[in-house]
Design a protein around this ligand. Sequence first.
Ligand SMILES: *Cc1c(COP(=O)(O)O)cnc(C)c1O
Length: 383
Amino acid sequence: MELSYILNQLGEERENYFNAVSPPIIQSSNFCAKSVADLRKILSNEYETPFYTRGYNPTVGILRKKIAALEGAEDALVFSSGTAAMAAAIMSVAKAGDHVVCVKKPYSWTNALLNNYLVKYGVSTTMVDGTETKNFENAIQENTKLIYLESPNSLTFELQDIEAIAKLAKQKNITTIIDNSYSSPLQQSPIKMGIDLIVHSASKYLSGHSDVVAGVVCGSSARIKKMFGEEFMNIGGIISPHDAWLMIRGLRTLEIRINRVSESAAQVVEFLENHPKIEKINYPFSKNNPQLALAKKQMKSATGLFSIQIKAKDISQIDAFCDNLKHFLMATSWGGYESLVFPIGALPQAKNSGLPFNLVRIYIGLENPEILISDIKQALEKV
Ligand SMILES: *Cc1c(COP(=O)(O)O)cnc(C)c1O
C-alpha cells in the first residue's frame, strides 16, 4: 500500500462522522446495541466491533489499520506502552516450560521481563551475541519456542542478520519477534524478511512529539487475533482514545520526520567521524561499522539515534561535554522533534554494566543540523 495513502486516508470513514477531516476522539467506554439480535452479533466479534473500549474503540481502530499497513502486516494491536506491547507479544508465544533465545543488550525492560520476571512463570531465556547468526543456532534447545531480536539495539547499535535468523527459526518451527523501534516501519521491513511479530515503542517515532507513551504489535491475523483474546483482553494494557488520536496526528508527518532526522543525523555523524576527540561512533551506517554491509542490506538508512565515545581522561570531562550542550535536552527516550543527550555514566548501574564510562547517546531531532553541529563542536572544545 502506498505510504501517503496509509498516513492520510486509510481507515478514515469520514461519512460516518459528519465528514470531519480529522477523526473524532470517541471518548466512550461502551457502545449500545439496537436489539438482542444486534447484541448477539456484536458479541460474536469484539475484535473489530465497538462494544467495550478495552476491546475495540473506533478511534483506536483507525490507528490499528494504519499501523498494520505500515509494517505490511495483516493486523496490529495498540497498547498503553512499548513495554506492554513487547510483554504481550512474548507471553503470547512462550508459556511455562518453554525456552527463549534473546539477543544480548535489548531494551532494559525486555531484559528484565525475560530474565527476572518470566522466570517466575517457568520461562527460561538464553542471551546471545547477535552479531553472529550461529550463536542463535547454538543456543536453540528442544523446548525453544521464541527468538527475540532487536536490530539495531538503541544503545550500541549492533545488528542481527534478520533474514538469516528468520529462516533458521522457520526451519525449527520457532516464532520470531523483533523490536523495530529504531528503524520505524519506514526504514526496515521485518515481515518481508520472514519475522512473525513486530513490536514498536510507539512513544518514539510513531507518535513523534514526546507527548504519548504507547506500543504496537503487528503480525498475521491468526497471531494477532489469538493475542487479542488472551494477553490483550486479560492484561488490558490499552491505549486511551485520546492518545490514539494524538498518534494518528503524529503519523501524518511520519515520513517527513523520519527523512529529516535521518538526513540530519547522517550529517552530524559525518562531522563526528572526522573529529579528533571522538574515539568511537556507534551508528549502523558509520563508514567504520564492521556491520555496514549488513546494515545496507536490511535497512533503508539509519535514523536519528546514535552513540559516541569521547576521548576523555575521566567522567568529569564527559559530564562537562553534556553540560555545555545548549541545543540538546538532557532526557531519556527519543524519536520526538527535539534533540537529546544522555550520558550513560549517569545511570546508577553504569559502573557494573560493562559499558564504557565515556559513552554518550545522542538523538538528532528536527532542528537545523548546522546549529546542532556547531553546538557539539563548542562542547567538544571544552573536553
Ligand atoms: C523506549 C523503548 C522501549 C519501551 O517502550 P515504552 O513505550 O517506553 O514502554 C522498547 N524498545 C525500545 C528499543 C525502546 O527504545
